[in-house]
Ligand binder design. Structure first.
Ligand code: ATP
Length: 196
């Protein structure tokens, strides 16, 4: 998967709509302290389904909405759109993933204009071997975290890079369905036994 464009509106310090074209290859973001480098990476992670307020450096999920400054009033919503090129059997396919949060109304996701669940977005990225916790996104403190990671954490990073993280999610779903079906079968056996 290649991320081609990021469009940010009302997210953290990005109060005005900002468009960022991402060219093929390695992308680095440089700038003075406090100019919004980390916010940019957070916007990307957030659209990929990041649900932890802590990893978004805020107390609550609504903290991602522009909170206002002395000269500008706060915003009521934040929206980030990500344009990605996803390989498919018929060739690369452009897909737009949008996440939007409104004060008091929570957040919602869309893939190519269709309303979807956060889980669908997370699976889309997991299958493409990328996502909110992908080793492809390296924040300032992440390099030392990779070095200090415990073997289990490092294995999770490798699994994500290898593109099998999505399979774990599907396995958990399949196991839950299997347990529910087994419970139904047991109940059916009881009903049949009662009628004998
Ligand atoms: P550094 O190199 O120091 O880590 P940085 O370039 O990564 O800086 P960020 O941490 O991305 O900068 O941006 C910090 C700025 O974003 C601060 O000025 C902070 O006030 C602003 N900011 C964060 N959240 C919000 C918000 N919800 N509303 C308005 N501004 C915000």
């Amino acid at each position: 998967m290649q991320i081609k464009r990021l469009r940010i509106t009302g997210f953290k310090s990005f109060v005005d709509p900002a468009d960022l074209r991402i060219e093929p290859g390695l992308t680095g973001v440089v700038g003075p302290n406090g100019c919004g480098k980390s916010n940019l990476l957070e916007a990307l992670r957030w659209t990929m389904g990041e649900t932890s307020a802590k990893s978004m450096r805020g107390a609550g999920m609504e903290d991602v909405i522009f909170a206002g400054t002395t000269s500008r009033p706060p915003r009521d919503f934040a929206e980030v759109s990500l344009l990605a090129e996803i390989p498919s059997a018929t060739g690369p396919q452009e897909t737009e993933i949008v996440r939007r949060i409104e004060r008091g109304a929570g957040s919602a996701y869309r893939i190519d204009g269709r309303d979807v669940r956060g889980k669908d977005v997370a699976l889309l990225f997991a299958d493409a071997a990328t996502g909110a916790h992908s080793p492809a996104l390296v924040s300032q403190n992440r390099i030392s975290a990779v070095i200090a990671a415990r073997p289990a954490e490092r294995r999770a990073m490798l699994e994500e890079a290898a593109g099998i993280a999505g399979l774990h999610v599907r396995r958990r779903d399949a196991e839950a369905k299997l347990r529910a079906t087994e419970a139904n079968l047991a109940r059916l056996d009881e009903v049949i036994a009662d009628q004998d």
